[in-house]
Design a binder for this molecule. Structure first.
Ligand code: DX5
Ligand code: ZN
Length: 221
């Protein structure tokens, strides 16, 4: 098990009325990543925020900006999300016909490229891209909303992806997003996850430094 597991709180469950303060509180609590869920009302049935909000927060925060684009044809917006200050841009394999081109373009822009897979999407969608991908995001709920239940078959998918990454000789990180909480995070990390996203199970239980410790204790066992 990795000792460098990262917890990436999802901004989706933060208080939207005081986002800059929320990010400052996360940094003070010892978090290093923030997961930014961008939803367009087309790829997923919900709308959140876009580049202007990310850009405004970038000016206020030193956190690692992990931008998860739940957006149809994300190639239309890559430049905006690069300019907004994303450190990593994660696009859905289901949302783009030319995933290799998109991943290369993100990397050429100097941002870390990642690809996300919905629960029912096979790992084959990313197999040949693993050497180019900084991270693969295994969605463990159907994207669109916070507070959903972790889909158990995703544990097998994480294990299989780990094997695929090793076989490819790649160093791709595995992120898991959806329904992650202190009760299931040990099993998820044991399956091979490097980065855990948590929205509701994190933000609904302040203070954040304590909540981070609760997660860390849980995955270390
Ligand atoms: C789901 C989003 C997730 C979500 C996770 O569409 O991609 O990042 O915010 O929230 P929880 O942890 O509440 O499932
Ligand atoms: Zn997400």
């Amino acid at each position: 098990m990795s000792t460098e597991t990262i917890l990436a709180p999802s901004l989706l469950s933060a208080d939207f009325g005081k986002l800059a303060q929320e990010l400052a509180d996360l940094e003070l609590a010892g978090l290093s990543w923030i997961h930014l869920d961008v939803m367009d009302g087309a790829f997923v049935p919900n709308i959140t925020f876009g580049p202007p909000v990310i850009k405004a927060l970038r000016a206020e925060s030193g956190l690692f900006f992990d931008t998860h684009l739940m957006v149809d044809r994300p190639e239309r917006y890559i430049d905006e999300f690069v300019d907004a200050g994303s450190d990593l841009i994660c696009v859905h394999a289901e949302a783009s016909l030319h995933l290799e081109r998109l991943v290369s373009r993100i990397a050429e822009a100097g941002v870390l490229p990642a690809a996300a897979l919905n629960p029912a999407t096979p790992l084959e969608a990313v197999r040949y891209l693993l050497p180019q991908l900084h991270m693969v995001l295994i969605m463990s709920v159907n994207p669109g909303f916070g507070g959903q239940k972790f889909i158990p078959f995703c544990l097998d998918k994480i294990r299989e992806l780990k094997i695929m990454i090793r076989a490819a000789g790649a160093r791709t990180l595995i992120q898991v997003d959806g329904g992650v909480d202190p009760e299931n995070c040990r099993e998820i990390v044991k399956a091979g996850a490097d980065i855990l996203v948590s929205g509701s199970a994190f933000f609904n239980h302040p203070p954040y430094a304590e909540r981070l410790k609760t997660f860390e204790r849980a995955w270390r066992g």
